[in-house]
Structures are given as C-alpha cells and as structure tokens.
Design a protein. Sequence first.
Length: 239
Amino acid sequence: MLIKQRCRKVVLEDLTGFDNTGNVCLWPSEEVLASYVLKRKDQFCGKAVCELGAGMTGLAGIALAVMGNPLKVLLTDGNEDCVKNMEAVVRQNKSSFGSTIVQSEQVLWEINSDLSHLESQFDFIIGADCLFFNQSHYGLLHVIAVLLKEAGFAVIMAPQRKDTRETFCSKASSQFSVEKIENYDPVVWSQHQAAKNEDPLYDEDIHYPMGKIQTFSHFLIARNPALHDSTKSSKKQVA
Ligand SMILES: C[S@@+](CC[C@H](N)C(=O)[O-])C[C@H]1O[C@@H](n2cnc3c(N)ncnc32)[C@H](O)[C@@H]1O
C-alpha cells in the first residue's frame, strides 16, 4: 500500500480559506482508525464504505480497500487539495484493490450540499479527527444521515479537543443512537493508562503529544434507538 503525503512547506494562503488541516499531516486519529478497521476488516467485507474528512491520504479507507475486500470505498473531503492528493493515492494503489471500487470526491459538510447521488448508499461511514469545529457538527451529522443506509453505522475516531467530541456526541444523540467506546484496543489503552500515570507532560485532551500514544474515543452511531437495540449483536462485533 502506498500513500502520498503533500510535503511542501505551509504558506500563508494555506492558513486562509477552507480548513487546511487535512494537508498539514496525516493525523494520529487517522492511523488509529486505519488500525481499528483493519482489525475488524471482516465486518467491512462486501460493504460500501465512505470516509468523510479523509484528509490528504484517506489512509483508513485505502487500507480497507487494499486489505478488507469491501464492495466500494468512497474517500471524501471538503478541501480540494486533499481530494486531488487522494486521487493520486487511489491511482498509485489501483492494482491492489482487487474488485473493490475506489473513488474520491469532494463532499462538504453542509446542510445544503446536494448529496442525492450518494443518498443511502453506505453501510459504513468512517472518519477521523473531524469534530474539532463545533460549527461543522450539524453539517457533518446531516451528511452522515443522508449517506448512511437505514441499518448503517458510522465509526468516528476523535480526540476530545476541549469539549468538541462531547458536544458532537450530544448533538448526534438527538438523531442517532450513539455508543462511545473508550477502551477499544488493549495496546492503545494500556499505553494510554501508563502515559497518564507516568508522564506529567501527557495531556489526553491535546491532539499531538510529541511522540506519545494519543488517546482516542471512538463511537458508533446508528440511526435510532430501536435499530440500535435490534442490531446490538452486530454492533458488538464491530466494536
Ligand atoms: C484534522 S483533518 C483530519 C484529516 C484526516 N482524517 C486525518 O486524520 O489525517 C480534518 C479534515 O476535515 C476536513 N473538513 C473540515 N471541515 C470540513 C467541511 N465543512 N466539509 C468537509 N470536510 C471538512 C478538512 O479538509 C480536513 O481534511
């Protein structure tokens, strides 16, 4: 699997206009999400998966396409440069996708976005580190609601970053069934506990603690509580 990161220096124009965080680096949440989905790749086999806010690489979606045999993977971001870079990543990995259809396109988290061509298309939506702007939450929830199939799940991986993850969670709860899982991986969890106990510089709220393991919560969201109950067993498998 090949990924291509943009590696030019950040210039002034990069700091203005549309959010450019996806072109700054491949964020640790994305790496954790990639590891998370690969460990559960059987759950994604034959399924349609869309990654939102996939940044410059769409690492988790690409990893699934290469190793998980999903039906299709759509890598999306609102930033045009991210989408261009993901197109290059898709081209580079094309020979490894087998029968999986992999595409990338610009998808904006806006209530008014025309998403009719993607409506109810996806069994899974995945996303990493996309919750840090409170003002984007309702747009993001709208996109999830439109794209997800009736019995679909979203798997979102995000650090707390002040109160943004909790705020998103509570907004999502009015529309979806939300399950937050903090201890989702024994290795990450034990390193997180050790860092909390032993490293005075470790702050789980901060996004990038230099060279240390970062803690993420991920949560699964499903359409409504009734559905949530009826799919509890499959949800457990995913979690
Ligand atoms: C912190 S980056 C995370 C990128 C990638 N998931 C990772 O972890 O490396 C947040 C991403 O969300 C995208 N984004 C922010 N606001 C958006 C919006 N309103 N619509 C679509 N994408 C948006 C940005 O372009 C960026 O790629």
